[in-house]
Design a binder for this molecule. Structure first.
Ligand code: COA
Length: 334
């Protein structure tokens, strides 16, 4: 295939799990209060997937992907590559992308790949897909960000269980030319591996296989240095946003919309202040969905598109940070 000057988002989709967990319910589970959670995080409630197999990571991803393909007007066998961003895969192996392929009825044996970049995973996927479309290797790429974090959360640890949630979002990326009003304009990705233990699951990987003692110590659950992560979050999202805007020859005032990773409303407000972006331009979903990691940005994007807020041609920046510590930003005309 000939190279393409640009890529563009052809369509988006999302899936929000049915169960709502409110702050009032959390008050009964751990020593916390609705007021504390709202003041420190902005989260009022979050969504959790059913654990009966009907809302697995791949199932939620499939719901979101089908909506994105429908919006993009792309048939299953027109998908050339599946990129599935998640840190909560259905299985250690095979990839969740491979599990998803058959659920979408894709029979063309397209390559399938998981991306492990935590909350930055969807943007990592977007950047990889953008470059593969530009080189002409693939025409239509499906990118999913989906998480079922519930099994990795210690529901007796008030410092983490108030934050995390489940959900899925997706987008189909395709070719665009110079005159197209929709296109990805610029992007940056980064990772500072010195922060690899700031948000991590200590055991269950090959470095520390699980045993009875480790399970008793709950080493299969997420641990987090909240304050440190907060600092990384604001620093990395600010730097990546500025770099991507500069590469697109745009300034903050040129943007119609800004979608940051939805981890904490305080982080979003701090970032808005530092970047001098009006909160009205920022898509916020964290108060109702919590932090569903790789799914936050595609869900926020899809909701804003379907609500008629983000329109074709609108300039939009997206930025994320996550365990690793990974980070990135993408600037596009939707
Ligand atoms: N309810 C009530 N009190 C709580 C609490 C809870 N859920 N969690 C912690 N506390 C307590 C602490 O024990 C501490 O008590 P102390 O002063 O007696 O020691 C006090 O509240 C302040 O805790 P601190 O950790 O300083 O609060 P904070 O303002 O830093 O907020 C986070 C904590 C986790 C909300 C905040 O640090 C944060 O959001 N960090 C980023 C996390 C993140 O984004 N993770 C996802 C990355 S993708």
């Amino acid at each position: 295939m000939t190279p393409s000057k640009y890529s563009k988002i052809l369509g988006t989709g999302s899936y929000i799990p049915s169960r709502t967990l409110t702050n009032q319910e959390l008050e009964k589970m751990v020593d916390t209060s609705n007021e504390w959670i709202i003041e420190r995080t902005g989260i009022k409630e979050r969504r959790l997937a059913k654990l009966d197999g009907s809302e697995t990571c791949s199932e939620m991803g499939a719901f979101a992907a089908k909506k994105a393909m429908e919006a993009a007007n792309i048939k299953p066998d027109e998908i050339d590559l599946i990129l599935f961003a998640t840190v909560s895969p259905d299985y250690k192996l095979p990839s969740t992308a491979a599990v998803l392929q058959q659920k979408l009825g894709i029979k063309n044996e397209c390559p399938c790949l998981d991306i492990v970049a935590a909350c930055s995973g969807f943007l990592y996927g977007l950047v990889i897909a953008d470059s593969m479309i530009k080189t002409g290797i693939y025409k239509n790429i499906l990118i999913i960000g989906a998480e079922l974090l519930q099994p990795f959360v210690d529901w007796t640890d008030r410092t983490t269980c108030i934050l995390f949630a489940d959900g899925a979002g997706a987008a189909v990326l395709g070719r665009a030319d110079e005159n197209d009003s929709s296109k990805i304009l610029s992007s940056t990705l980064s990772c500072d591996g010195t922060g690899d233990k700031l948000l991590f699951v200590p055991s269950g990987g090959s470095a520390s296989p699980l045993n009875k003692e480790k399970l008793e110590r709950k080493e299969d659950k997420l641990v987090m240095e909240g304050k440190q992560i907060f600092k990384y979050a604001t620093r990395t999202m600010m730097r990546n946003s500025q770099m991507a805007l500069e590469a697109a020859h745009l300034s903050v005032s040129d943007l119609q919309w800004f979608i940051p990773h939805q981890a904490n409303l305080r982080i979003i407000e701090y970032l808005a202040k530092k970047l001098e972006i009006n909160m009205e331009k920022i898509i916020v979903t964290v108060e109702k969905y919590g932090n569903n990691s790789a799914a936050t940005i595609p869900i926020a994007l899809d909701e804003a598109v379907r609500a008629g807020k983000i329109k074709r041609g609108d300039k939009c920046a997206m930025t994320a940070f996550g365990a690793g510590v990974t980070s990135g930003a993408v600037v596009l005309q939707y």
